[in-house]
Design a protein around this ligand. Structure first.
Ligand code: MN
Length: 287
């Protein structure tokens, strides 16, 4: 396994002047940084600078994104679906430019609290149709799409590994994978071990943090279960420590992660979190 950290832990918005943080990330012992491919980030046209700095420092870029009401690929409105497909295609080309083989996150429906009813079958069908189109495109760029189930307060569309697996198996495209997250699973799954086993060989990306988005190892995540599962499904890819700085609340999407207070310092989350995860890795996987 390889260890990465979420860039938004250190900055609320990735601009050229924030790139120096990559060196800090490397000095903590990470081999990867996850970049959020927002509309805002892609409009800055700094992809080449980001890749250059990552290479200078010697870390890999990993990519994730999320949809909103305007880019909802499951929408009943054809124009909105089309807009979402175009957005995801731009994310895929950007991920390829950053030499990331993964685009994870909430890439199936709008992210964030929604005042509406449950998912409708019609939306599920539109989602499958859109993702099939996007997967075809992703294949040309060698990027895999990893669907991240998130908790009920962040998505009405799907919340569990089993639902993500159903969606993928109904589409049946090899470019579609699963992205799990300990914060999300803690809210929605009965047992993380079972969820990881359910994802099985579809598991392609993994976010780690404490039950309150603090330092991995604090809180009440059952890390023994997590690593037993990861080991049994032979997961060999990235473990990314995902948390956010409260400054992220200044961003348009920030309220969705609701980081109203600093749970721990970004440095502690990154450093102590990595130390803890490496201990778990030694204990369960490396044997
Ligand atoms: Mn996550």
């Amino acid at each position: 396994m390889k260890f990465g950290v979420f860039g938004l832990l250190f900055y609320p918005r990735l601009t050229k002047s924030e790139l120096a943080v990559f060196e800090k990330i490397k000095s903590f012992g990470y081999e990867g940084v996850e970049i959020s491919l927002s509309e805002d980030f892609m409009s800055l046209n700094i992809t080449k600078d980001v890749l250059r700095e990552a290479k200078n420092v010697g870390i890999n870029c990993l990519c994730s994104t999320s949809l909103d009401e305007k880019t909802n690929i499951s929408s009943k409105d054809k124009k909105i679906r089309q807009n979402g497909i175009e957005f995801l295609k731009r994310c895929i080309t950007t991920a390829a430019e950053l030499e990331s083989d993964v685009l994870g996150g909430v890439i199936y429906a709008p992210w964030g609290p929604a005042k509406r009813g449950p998912r409708e079958q019609e939306e599920w069908e539109y989602c499958k149709e859109s993702l099939a189109t996007v997967a075809e495109y992703a294949e040309k760029y060698g990027v895999f799409l990893a669907i991240e189930p998130v908790n009920r307060f962040e998505s009405y569309f799907l919340n569990t590994a089993a639902e993500a697996k159903s969606l993928i198996s109904e589409i049946g495209h090899p470019q579609l994978k699963i992205h799990l997250d300990t914060f999300q699973m803690n809210i929605e799954e009965d047992h993380m071990y079972d969820a990881i086993k359910e994802a099985g060989n579809l598991l392609f990306h993994f976010h780690c943090c404490a039950s309150n988005r603090g330092i991995p190892g604090n809180g009440h995540i059952e890390w023994d279960e997590v690593f037993k599962g990861l080991s049994e499904v032979n997961y060999e890819r990235w473990l990314v420590v995902e948390s956010f700085t409260p400054k992220v609340m200044e961003q348009e999407f920030g309220w969705q992660v609701a980081i109203w207070r600093e749970i721990a310092s970004p440095e502690d989350i990154a450093k102590k979190g990595l130390e803890f995860l490496k201990t778990c890795y030694e204990k369960y996987v490396k044997l």
